[in-house]
Every structure is written in C-alpha cells, then in structure tokens.
Write a protein that binds this ligand. Structure first.
Ligand SMILES: *[C@@H]1O[C@H](CO)[C@@H](O)[C@H](O)[C@H]1NC(C)=O
Ligand SMILES: *[C@@H]1O[C@H](CO)[C@@H](O)[C@H](O)[C@H]1NC(C)=O
Ligand SMILES: *[C@@H]1O[C@H](CO)[C@@H](O)[C@H](O)[C@H]1NC(C)=O
Length: 420
C-alpha cells in the first residue's frame, strides 16, 4: 500500500511538472543575450559561433546521457550543461549574474527538486557534459595569438577600414579545430575573387558604390531595411529563425531538439572557420578601401575614386572582404534548416516570421516573413552589399561555402558529434 502511494505520487509529479516550452531553445535564446552582455557588447564572428556550438555540444551530450530519464530530469540536465558551458566561455567577462539568473529562473518551471536524489543526478549529468566539452575544447586554437601584417596599398589588397580596429579580428580563428571531426577546413576554400582589373570587378564596384552608400538615392527603402534587418549577429538571428521554423514541435523531445540545435550550431561554427580561412588567404580589400583608392585602377581606366564615400553600415568590420561571413553563416544555416524541412527549400504557409533585434539609425524593429530558405539566405547575403561593406561576389561565394560546409557537417555529425 505504502509503495503504490509513493508510486502514484511520483507519477503525479512526472505528469504535472516539466517546463512546457522547448528547454533547448530557451538556452539558445538566453545565450544570445549573454553574448550581447559581454564587456565589448558582442563577439567577433567566428568566436560567436564557436561559443554557441560549445554550449549546444554540452546540451546534446547531457540530453544523450539522460534520454532514458523523465522529461524534467532531461530538462534539468541540459540546463546545467548550458549554464556551465556558458560560464566556462564567459568566465572572464563577469557574466556570472546573468547566466545564474537564467538558470535560477528556469528551475522552478522544470519542477524537479535539484536537491532530491534524481535532481542531484540530473545536475551532475549536465555538469559532466559541460566539463567534457570544455576539456576537449581547451586546446582548440581559439586563444592562440596570431599577428597580422598589412600588405602593400595596392588594388585588391586588404587594408584597415576607417573606424575599424588597427588590427583585424581574430586571425587565429582560421586555424580553430572544426566541430564534428570535419578535419582540414581548407578543402572547402573558395576560388580567388575576380581580378581587380576585370570587367566584372568594375561592374560590382560600381554597384556597391551606388547601392551601399549611406546617402544612396538609388537604393530602395526595402533594401535599406534589408541591410538593417540582417545586421544582427548571424548566430542570433539564424537560431531565432530556426526557433520560429520548428515552433513547439520539440517541447517534449529534448533529445531531438538538442540534436537539431547542435547540428545547426556546429555547422555555423564550421562555416565561421571556413570563412575566416578564405578571408585570411585571399585578403581582399573592402569596398570602402577600393572606392577611396586615390589612383585609377578599374578595367575601363576611368577614375571612380571618392574619398568621402561612406557605407550605410558603419564601421566596415575589421576583417577582409572575401568571403562574407554573414553570407557563409546564412548558407550554412539554410542548408541545415532545409535538411530538417524534409529536404525542401519551401517553408509551409504562411512562412516563417522573424523580427530584427537591433535598432540602428532610429529605424526601429523590422519584421520579415520568408517562404523560402534560399530567398532568406540570399537576402541576408545581399544585405551586406546594400550596407556597403561587401562586394556581391563575396556574398555569393559565401553562401555557397556555407552550404558546402554545412552539408559535410551533417554527414559527419552522427559519427563524430562527440569528438568535440
Ligand atoms: C537507455 O536504455 C537503453 C535500453 O534499455 C540502453 O541500451 C541504453 O544504454 C540506455 N542509455 C543510457 C544513456 O542510459
Ligand atoms: C530583443 O531581445 C531582448 C533580449 O532577449 C528582448 O528583451 C527583446 O524583447 C527583443 N526585442 C525584439 C523586438 O524581439
Ligand atoms: C543586443 O544589443 C543590441 C544593441 O544594444 C540591442 O539592440 C539588441 O536588442 C540586443 N539583443 C539581445 C538579444 O539582447
């Protein structure tokens, strides 16, 4: 009699407790806020993807280890995995209060007492998962110093942009060990950009000069909004896109959700590394440097120089043009989302609606609805040209690179996800 009452009580707890939302997405979303809260107000592109991949690796590991347990056990385990990995990454950024607050807020919603026997086991499962990933990632190369020397001030050669840092961002990120055992990242490297004395280069230069300038009268209002809409960290916006696409399909399926977001963020992190490999190999100059260049250099021989030209998005980021990492991230994310979408590029009606979360130049929050993943990735890519910070070829090749890297990441994932 005693035993069956106890069993009933336990069963009742199981049924009534558990966080009703998608616990993995809760942490994906909180992570975007943590990145924003760092002392510099964000991270450089590859580290921002690297960070989210580390958190999601730990979350997936915790989900795998607790997959036979109750829903709230799984939720508590992945929450501690996310918490500890976020703090491992941001330990030096004094983010303890913010990360602790996110965990403190979700524990009552999960409902499993962390001090109960099962609760303690769940906490430990999450903490162990975070430690395993941190240990494996401690020597992945992201913290290694790699110095940089600018090349000669000749057509096509990358230089510091006005308002940018004196040294370009994290050159060492091109050598970071990829996720899911991807191995040599250079095999994905895009061909060199078109020669600066080609007709194509001149056409693209004139296009970004006209469409991407701060005071452009040629750019449409829609395209100006496109530049602002996609301005946010790609990792944040594509994870939000993913969350809007999957909706509440994963609320009781922690393992499936953890796998999906690990795949997405591994692919994004690998895309960031591949993009950096291309940037620091090809060292292409930015549109602003090309347009400010004092002597004629385009194929027709005419003088296109305008030393006062200013791009819409300012300052031009502190790293080379080719390829656009924003576009590479978009290519990678769209490939993972397409795989999740049964291989289809088309999004079921009424499509996926996403809000921007960066308000620049008093433009306000912008909302967009997409019915095709390719369309979203291409618009994301074009946004950097309308912003005046990239050539079109840097975006086109970036999207293609991201897709190649993501497809290979998905192929390797099941066999190698836990090599960290
Ligand atoms: C879950 O249960 C299955 C079937 O009993 C077992 O093979 C597997 O090892 C268990 N997994 C974990 C992580 O406990
Ligand atoms: C932007 O993100 C912050 C932090 O998550 C949130 O408080 C805010 O409501 C978001 N704004 C929009 C428009 O989504
Ligand atoms: C991140 O910071 C920007 C700039 O302060 C802000 O507009 C945006 O809402 C923040 N986003 C999140 C997710 O907190």
């Amino acid at each position: 009699m005693k035993l069956s009452l106890l069993t009933l009580a336990t069963a009742a707890t199981v049924v009534n407790a558990a966080y009703p939302g998608d616990i993995v997405y809760y942490w994906v979303d909180q992570s975007a806020t943590f990145v924003n809260g760092t002392v510099i107000g964000g991270l450089q592109s590859p580290p921002s993807a690297w960070y989210q991949a580390i958190v999601q690796a730990a979350v997936y590991q915790a989900a795998v280890k607790s997959k036979n347990e109750s829903l709230e056990f799984q939720q508590l385990a992945v929450s501690h995995a996310a918490h500890n990995s976020a703090l491992w990454v941001f330990h030096g950024s004094r983010l303890y209060n913010a990360v602790d607050a996110s965990l403190r807020a979700i524990i009552p919603a999960i409902g499993l007492d962390p001090n109960s026997k099962k609760g303690k086991e769940a906490v430990q499962t999450g903490q162990k998962a975070a430690a395993a990933v941190a240990q494996a990632r401690a020597e992945d190369g992201i913290t290694n110093f790699l110095d940089f020397t600018y090349g000669p001030k000749e057509p096509g050669v990358y230089q510091q942009s006005p308002g940018a840092n004196p040294f370009p961002d994290t050159p060492q990120a091109q050598f970071v060990r990829p996720f899911a055992g991807l191995g040599d990242i250079t095999r994905f490297r895009p061909p060199p950009p078109p020669p600066t004395d080609s007709k194509q280069y001149e056409e693209e230069l004139l296009y970004v000069k006209e469409q991407g300038s701060l005071d452009s009268s040629a750019r449409s209002e829609y395209d100006t909004d496109t530049a602002y809409f996609w301005r946010e960290s790609s990792i944040t916006v594509w994870n939000r896109f993913a969350g809007a696409l999957v909706g509440d399909k994963f609320t009781t399926k922690v393992l499936d959700s953890a796998k999906f977001y690990a795949q997405l963020n591994y692919a994004l992190a690998n895309a960031g590394i591949a993009s950096w490999d291309s940037k620091y190999t090809h060292l292409g100059w930015r549109p602003i440097t090309a347009i400010h260049h004092p002597t004629p250099w385009v194929s027709s021989g005419r003088d296109i120089s305008d030393p006062s030209w200013t791009p819409l998005l300012r300052p031009t980021p502190s790293h080379p043009d080719y390829v656009s990492t924003h576009s590479t991230f978009g290519g990678a994310a769209s490939a993972v989302l397409q795989a999740w979408n049964g291989g289809s590029d088309e999004l079921a009606a009424p499509g996926v609606t996403v809000s921007s979360n960066v308000t620049l130049d008093a433009r306000g929050v912008i909302e967009r609805t997409y019915t095709s993943l390719r369309e979203a990735a291409e618009e994301n890519s074009a946004s950097r040209v309308f912003g005046g910070i990239h050539f079109t070829f840097a975006g086109v090749e970036g999207v293609a690179l991201g897709q190649r890297v993501a497809k290979e990441t998905l192929k390797q994932f099941d066999a190698n996800w836990d090599k960290f």
